[in-house]
Design a binder for this molecule. Structure first.
Ligand SMILES: [Zn+2]
Length: 249
């Protein structure tokens, strides 16, 4: 378990790079990691997850510019969530869900950092969900994965359109709709409802608390992607319990 945790930390470190580069259209693979402020190429010991950030107290070794807390946060989140997958989800589903979680974690990172969700970690992965369903690598049939993802897309598009008509404001971003489509493909209909319920509840509670705390305007935009992502991950980890709770009420 400890070895897995360490491997997952390194995977989280890679996801940080993916999240940072995807929304800036920087080459994903061939460029060595470097400091975003002083462009100094980083050595192997600067790339050790968590420890390098802690030992440097969150500053670049070369130019002292603060390094975002998102780096250790994303590393820890990746390691925790993938370890939880190992514990709670049948082995046969681990690979597909690990990939799904990785996409969600990149979404959390990019949405927190810049309010952007790349289609490479949302809409473009939907066919992969269908493939995994077909290969029985997730507990959904191909038909379920296919129809629910498309249903999820049109459902949120309709809600967003309606909200816009009534209030004149932009409700949900296209990124959130793309993300919800992916969640539909990997979690099915109960997963979608749970995710939406979870994200709306936690999103409004935390959103209001944040606005009160920072004394910002009520129309300040708060990224919704992280709430959807957490909802979907919690559903995948505890699906049997959640289904039981929802269906016996
Ligand atoms: Zn630097």
């Amino acid at each position: 378990m400890f070895t897995s945790f360490i491997i997952f930390l390194c995977w989280g470190s890679f996801l940080n790079v993916v999240g940072y580069r995807l929304i800036r259209s920087i080459d994903l693979v061939f460029l060595r990691s470097r400091c975003n402020a002083c462009k100094q190429t980083l050595t192997w010991y600067d790339l050790i997850p968590l420890l390098s950030w802690l030992s440097l107290r969150g500053k670049c070794r070369y130019c002292n510019v603060p390094i975002s807390f998102l780096y250790p946060l994303i590393e820890l989140l990746t390691a925790t969530m993938l370890t939880a997958l190992l514990v709670y989800v049948p082995e046969a589903y681990f690979f597909a869900y690990a990939l799904f979680f990785s996409a969600l974690i990149v979404v959390i990172r990019s949405d927190l950092e810049s309010m952007l969700i790349s289609r490479f970690t949302s809409l473009y992965l939907v066919p992969l969900g269908w493939l995994f369903a077909h290969l029985k690598m997730i507990p959904l049939s191909l038909w379920q994965s296919f129809t629910i993802s498309i249903g999820a897309f049109f459902f949120l598009t309709a809600i967003s359109w309606f909200f816009n008509k009534v209030t004149g404001k932009q409700g949900m971003g296209q990124g959130d709709i793309d993300l919800f489509t992916l969640i539909g493909a990997f979690t099915g209909v109960v997963g979608c409802w749970f995710t939406l319920l979870f994200a709306s509840l936690t999103g409004s509670v935390i959103g209001i608390a944040y606005l009160l705390y920072t004394k910002q305007q009520i129309n300040t935009r708060i990224p919704f992607g992280p709430f959807l992502s957490f909802g979907a991950m919690i559903y995948v980890l505890h699906a049997p319990t959640i289904i039981k709770l929802l269906l016996t009420k």
